[in-house]
Write a protein of this length. Structure first.
Length: 132
């Protein structure tokens, strides 16, 4: 049982490291590389790693947004928000809502962007990350 726990911990740590690299690749404009790396590691989100699924959705949505694939980015963000709610991950929910707001703004839906941004800010205020 201890070895299984260690193996699971190593998988989760490897997935977390891959997510950091995916974010960096996206920020560098290397979105195809980011998506390839993400897809090769996304299957590790099992067991305890399933709580990382909203972050996987976030990084996938960021890459899609950077590619101008707004519908795909919004779909990933919405799926991530639902999972963040399911797993009680309010910070991840706020990050996804912020990205959703950015994509909606880029798509020309400023009212929906405002709503998503306000919801993200409210969550962050509840967490004490933002001042009221």
């Amino acid at each position: 049982a201890e070895l299984e726990l260690l193996a699971l911990s190593q998988k989760v740590s490897a997935l977390e490291a891959a997510l950091v690299r995916v974010e960096a690749l996206t920020r560098q404009g290397r979105t195809e590389d980011a998506l390839t790396l993400l897809e090769s590691n996304a299957g590790s989100a099992t067991g305890e790693g399933v709580a990382l699924q909203p972050r996987i959705n976030l990084e996938r949505a960021r890459a899609h947004s950077a590619q101008g694939r707004h519908d795909d980015a919004l779909a990933e963000a919405a799926a991530g928000v639902a999972l963040a709610d399911q797993y009680s991950l309010p910070f991840e929910r706020a990050q996804l809502l912020r990205l959703q707001s950015d994509v909606l703004q880029q798509s020309g839906d400023s009212e929906a962007a405002r709503v998503a941004s306000a919801e993200a800010s409210a969550v962050l205020q509840q967490l004490g990350v933002l001042d009221a």
